[in-house]
Design a protein around this ligand. Structure first.
Ligand SMILES: Cc1ncc(COP(=O)(O)O)c(C=O)c1O
Length: 501
């Protein structure tokens, strides 16, 4: 049997069984050696694109003997940043840079510079940072239903969406251990929830029970009910989901959480700072925040639609008691009494300062106007895709739009778009591509250009046979290859390449 036939046969088996077979296959020295050889070759081919600057800028494998002139350093760094700027600046990139206006960035940079030495670990020395963080949390809670409940919504500032989610999951694990004696905790998570939940399950030894989505790309509520056991510590919904941009059935999840007396985390990393305003603008946004009694925690990223610099997010809880399970304290350490609310010890107070400055400089009006521009752009893009018969939008997204094709290889369409400068996200299960609209896309003419290029891409793929190269075969393989362990190894080797000098 040749390798392709074997892979096809494996693809028909239960994925858990394939994982076991793969583990044994990898123990055969010949197989492991061959896989290593082939994956190393793939990685070698990637090194050039990962390290495009090796020839034009100095490389420091060790500390230079003497310090380099600051002007030279700045000049090199500014040159590299300039090379990377055009694509996101002009609106070719999905998500990633959510505001990007020159004036806004230089304002945040000034705030950062004024606070660059601040460290919230030393709250006695930097009370301004504590003030900024407390107010960021309070303003975020206010946007997300705190005024519609008697409960005291509270939270923490973290370094990003992933940390907010990790913190919340650790919090539920620790609460369940203390209050319910749960030693084998389980979390019930839709397959479309962000990978940070899988990470939390791995890091904190929580059993991950993944539940499917329905035809509307939202979590299947019946499957959630079936997945809950006496060990369930939390159920999860997204507002909206990263892959398809739809808001899960949070109200139904809230009812389940209340009935079963378990936590409900709403991941509004993507939506927290825009959904309230999209709702206010009259779009069809279901309830998703603390106004729903069963919602016990939320994550909302200030470094996405909060338009702060990269490196901040907010995790919110329905009560001070719940938040306390997140905190870390040690009272008998020779280094003295020690406490920290989040995973890091020392943190960049300047990031919190810049985040606070972003919130108060934009104000509600700034955020509503931004949401208006983004939704208008998303509407143009959605209409444009709808008018292309070969493409289908998945579900009913708001501004984070994914589309696939029944007849054409959607990854070839993405390849064509990449040639035209676009940086889109290739997704799988099902195969589709998405564009997450930001203020960069709300610039004049960007949405129209996107739609025109997409039309060309479809015509190109229809009229031209697939050629060698491009990412389409890689995405195709990643979506379908049953040997997930091998793909995981490939990703790990890729990370090794990123760290190579
Ligand atoms: C819905 C959702 N949750 C969580 C995250 C993770 O955020 P971060 O990349 O800031 O860790 C993202 C990132 O795109 C997201 O879209």
């Amino acid at each position: 049997m040749d390798a392709d036939a074997l892979i096809q046969k494996l693809g028909k088996l239960n994925p858990k069984l394939v994982a076991v077979i793969e583990k044994y296959l990898n123990k055969l020295p010949g197989v492991k050696k061959e896989i290593d050889k082939q994956t190393d070759e793939v990685m070698k081919g990637l090194e050039g694109s990962v390290r495009p600057y090796s020839n034009d800028f100095p490389t420091y494998k060790r500390l230079p003997d003497e310090g380099i002139n600051r002007d030279n350093i700045l000049s090199d760094m500014e040159s590299m940043a300039a090379l990377e700027k055009n694509r996101w600046k002009e609106g070719y990139v999905s998500g990633t840079v959510y505001h990007g206006n020159e004036e806004h960035i230089s304002f945040l940079n000034k705030v950062y510079a004024a606070n660059s030495q601040a460290n919230p670990l030393h709250s006695d020395l930097f009370p301004s940072t504590s003030k900024y963080e407390a107010e960021i949390i309070s303003m975020t809670a206010g946007m997300l239903g705190a005024d519609n409940t008697e409960d005291e919504i509270c939270g923490s500032v973290s370094s990003g969406g992933t940390e907010s989610i990790l913190l919340a999951m650790k919090t539920y694990r620790d609460r369940a251990r203390v209050e319910k004696g749960i030693k084998r905790p389980e979390m019930v998570v839709p397959v479309t929830a962000h990978a940070a939940f899988n990470k939390a399950a791995q890091y904190f030894n929580i059993k991950l029970k993944q539940v499917p989505i329905g035809k509307d790309y939202k979590v299947d509520i019946k499957a959630v009910k079936r997945a809950i056991t006496s060990n369930t510590i939390v159920i999860v919904g997204s507002a909206p989901t990263f892959p398809h941009g739809v808001v899960d059935h949070i109200e139904a999840l809230s009812e389940i959480a209340l009935k079963k007396n378990i936590g409900l985390h709403v991941d509004a990393c993507l939506g927290g700072f825009i959904l309230p305003w999209v709702k206010q603008l009259g779009y069809n946004v279901p309830e998703f925040d603390f106004s729903l009694k069963g919602v016990t925690s939320m994550s909302a990223d200030t470094h996405k639609y909060g338009y702060a610099a990269k490196g901040t997010s907010v995790v919110l809880y329905r009560s001070l008691e719940l938040r306390r399970y997140q905190y870390f304290t040690i009272t008998d350490w020779p280094g003295g009494l020690y406490f920290s609310p989040t995973f890091a010890g020392s943190r960049a107070g300047a990031l919190s300062a810049a985040c606070w400055a972003s919130l108060v400089s934009l104000g509600e009006k700034g955020y509503v106007d931004a949401a208006k521009g983004i939704m208008k752009t998303a509407d143009v893009i959605k209409k444009g895709i709808d008018a292309i018969p070969e493409l289908d939008i998945l579900g009913e997204p708001l501004w984070n739009i994914s589309f696939g094709s029944k007849d054409l290889d959607i990854y070839r369409i993405m390849d064509y778009m990449t040639e035209k400068q676009w940086s889109l996200n290739g997704l799988h299960k099902p195969s589709c591509v998405h564009i997450c609209c930001t203020l960069r896309h709300a610039q004049e003419g960007v949405a129209e250009k996107f739609v025109a290029d997409l039309k060309d891409a479809v015509e190109h793929v229809k009229s031209t046979p697939a050629k060698e190269g491009g990412m389409a075969p890689v995405y195709g393989m990643a979506a379908t290859l049953p040997l997930r362990g091998t793909i995981s190894q490939l990703l790990k080797k890729y990370m090794d390449v990123l760290y190579k000098v």
